[in-house]
Design a protein around this ligand. Structure first.
Ligand code: NAD
Length: 381
């Protein structure tokens, strides 16, 4: 038995993110030396059979079928919200009121108005909080942040990001219900803007500072789909595709694009940054590599470097195997859990906090407003 103080986790959701988070909290103490040791205290989902099976599979000490009971328990320190977007607000408000730490999946709220309530609740309660924008913790992306902060790129002119998928092209795909809640605006808040572009925006603002104004277009290619819960054919009100131009505080220009209609692409998140002295490019399908072009190199051999991010002096990598051996997607969640726990006893909150999640939601709100108004919209707040 560890002598470290336990961090008793109560998690909501047993889907995709319930698995990545459970895996992260199970593994993190084995690879990172942290002040507190996570304990999988309780898992929550609405149906008894699946949640019990999940608890047994992942080693949770107990399970609940009502998140209100989970939040009310006095043997839980941290509520981790890994359920659909329409549940985030109520669970976070209740968790903060109960004095629990709160971690929440992205997007924080279905709108900036919801997110603001969540920020005010955790700040009033004075509880640790974090949003799971995990792509910041891909070692190659973290290295990009270090290089930018060290001034290696100089003045930044351009930021370019895309997140491309192709899983909703079939008109026969229903909307709503388990697995398809992302197509139901009342649950998701928006389509690819809040789902995929939110990731791109969070990374962009972390790397390149605040976004001041946007000009966007969105499209819903399939106008009606059968709703899984009602059986009726209903209008589709989410954005299937979303693209926007943006200006950053630092004067740089950006283009962002996300879609679920890019045939052949499953989760192609790419970003490129062009500065006066150097450029950086990264691709989620090759996540352990960073492309780097340094203009100060000798002209005859100057070119794009393909840096394999696996060495001990690369971010996070000393915690893993030996140089040359790469890690993957699931490790980004382990890194995020590690940083959250490390910050608990150290003063500064681990980023992104709920307040940073709100900043992203203010940009996605402006994107949707611009698509509607067909004008440039300022990012407010
Ligand atoms: N960080 C990322 O890269 C990333 C990736 C995927 C999803 N997400 C976010 O994670 C969240 C969950 O997405 P997912 O893909 O895991 O969804 P999912 O559909 O795979 O799983 C959702 C889970 O929540 C449970 N649930 C739904 N309503 C509930 C309620 N009222 N009480 C308790 N449990 C409830 C469902 O039973 C299910 O187990 C969303 O906010 C989504 O945007 C983030």
């Amino acid at each position: 038995m560890s002598s470290k103080q336990p961090l008793r986790v109560g998690m909501v959701g047993i889907g995709f993110m319930g698995r990545t988070h459970s895996n992260a909290f199970r593994q993190v103490s084995q690879f990172f030396d942290l002040p507190r040791r996570p304990v999988l205290q309780a898992i929550c989902a609405r149906s008894e059979g699946p949640v019990q099976a999940f608890a047994e599979n992942w080693g949770y000490a107990s399970h609940e079928t009502d998140w209100r009971k989970l939040v009310a328990r006095d043997d839980i320190d941290l509520i981790d919200i890994a359920s659909p977007n329409d549940t985030h607000l109520d669970i976070a408000l209740a968790a903060a009121a109960a004095g629990k730490m709160v971690m929440c999946e992205k997007p924080l709220g279905r709108s900036a108005a919801e997110s603001l309530q969540m920020v005010e609740a955790v700040e009033k309660a004075g509880v640790a909080n974090m949003v799971w924008y995990n792509y910041r913790r891909v070692p190659a992306v973290t290295l990009a942040k270090q290089l930018i902060d060290e001034g290696k790129l100089g003045k930044i002119f351009h930021y370019r990001a895309k997140f491309l998928q192709d899983w909703t092209i079939s008109k026969d795909l229903p909307q709503g219900g388990a697995g398809l809640w992302r197509l139901d605006k009342s649950v998701a808040g928006s389509g690819v803007t809040g789902d995929l572009l939110a990731h791109c925006i969070d990374t962009a603002m972390w790397l390149n500072g605040g976004i001041t104004e946007v000009s966007a277009m969105t499209e819903t290619f399939i106008k009606e789909r059968t709703h899984t819960l009602t059986g009726a054919v209903q209008p589709v009100t989410i954005d299937d595709a979303s693209a926007f131009l943006a200006r950053f505080d630092n004067g740089s220009l950006a283009t962002f694009e996300a879609t679920r209609y890019a045939r052949g692409h499953k989760a192609l998140y790419t970003l490129e940054i062009n500065g006066e002295k150097a450029s950086i490019a990264w691709d989620l399908h090759d996540l352990h590599r960073l492309q780097y072009f340094d203009h100060s190199e000798s002209g005859r051999t100057r070119g794009w470097h393909n840096v394999h991010i696996t060495d001990g002096d690369h971010p996070y990598m000393k915690h893993w195997w030996v140089p040359g051996l790469q890690i993957g997607y699931e490790h980004t969640f382990i890194h995020q859990a590690a940083d959250f726990i490390a910050a608990l006893d150290g003063g500064a909150a681990a980023s992104p906090t709920f307040r940073e999640g709100l900043a992203t939601d203010r940009v996605t709100d402006a994107v949707l407003a611009s698509a509607e108004s067909r004008r440039w919209e300022s990012v407010t707040g």
